[in-house]
Design a protein around this ligand. Structure first.
Ligand code: HPA
Length: 280
């Protein structure tokens, strides 16, 4: 079966499962699953039930597509994602993004955990992603182009939609949440970086480093879906301060910041809906 047909099969399945037709979706990173639990009129679809959907294996990623409403706005929320470092192919990593795009999603919010490279950054703050560096040594769109998804060669100069970033900044201001803004470097992991690598990334212009989001954002842009990315700076990256990086610390900080993150998402979503009505 072609990739296109697999995507369509998943889309048809979801259309039968729910009458909800969301135009906004959220992809939740590690430890943010609680956001999905607060959604009104929820319909939970476990990933294994969705045809061709990859299953997530990492702790803290439970693996459900949750359809429902945030402040009356219909949304699709991915509770858990799969990563390249788990051994999935780039096709598998980006399959859910393709399904969301074909389902009618026009705006996608990606959340993740990241290490802070910028010395002015503080662990526990959120960062609105302005742009990214694809340092995963590959691209999810290598191979024949699927013209029904998008163009062979396409623009990435506003990969993170400026209007969505503005909305996120304004929502943070209103909540009196201090947020950073910066460049996200996407690496494969699963090892955290060496101090030398972090110095290299800083020289390249990166403010934060993580192991996700970049492939999905590339595919979303290919399919004309506008993207917003928000990182939780869970720790300072290797060598920035005299402290080793460990997964437990990352998860713990994610847990501490979860409340802010969820409040911000809940504030952003209705404003994105307004952006769309301005467009019409
Ligand atoms: N490096 C890479 N990915 C991460 C980090 C880090 O320091 N923290 C959270 N995700």
């Amino acid at each position: 079966m072609s990739e296109f047909d697999k995507v369509q099969t998943a889309v048809e399945f979801l259309r039968h499962r729910s009458g909800l037709r969301p135009r906004i979706a959220v992809v939740l990173g590690s430890g943010l699953g609680a956001f999905a639990d607060q959604i009104a009129n929820r319909q939970v679809v476990p990933y294994p039930e969705i045809p061709h959907f990859p299953r997530s294996t990492v702790q803290g990623h439970s693996g459900n597509l949750v359809l429902g409403e945030v402040g009356k706005v219909p949304v699709a929320v991915m509770q858990g994602r799969v990563h390249y470092y788990e051994g999935y192919s780039m096709q598998e990593v980006t399959f859910p993004t393709k399904v969301l795009a074909r389902l009618g999603i026009r705006r996608l919010i990606f959340t993740n955990a990241a290490g802070g490279i910028n010395k002015r950054f503080k662990p526990g703050r959120l960062m609105i992603i302005e742009d990214h560096l694809n340092l995963q040594s590959t691209n999810p769109l290598l191979g024949p182009n699927e013209d029904r998804f998008g163009l062979r060669f396409f623009d990435m100069s506003e990969a993170y939609d400026p209007r969505m970033r503005k909305v996120a900044s304004a929502a943070a201001r209103k909540l009196t949440l201090s947020v950073h803004r910066g460049i996200y470097a996407g690496l494969t992991g699963p090892s955290y970086e060496t101090p030398a690598e972090i110095r290299m990334l800083r020289t390249l212009g990166a403010d934060a480093v993580g192991m996700s989001t970049v492939p999905e954002v590339i595919v979303a842009n290919h399919m004309g879906v506008k993207c917003l990315g928000i990182s939780c700076i869970t720790n300072m990256a290797a060598g920035v301060i005299k402290q080793k990086v460990n997964h437990e610390e990352v998860m713990l900080m994610g847990e501490r910041v979860k409340g802010d993150f969820i409040r911000l998402l809940r504030a952003i979503i209705p404003r994105l809906e307004e952006l769309d009505s301005q467009d019409q």
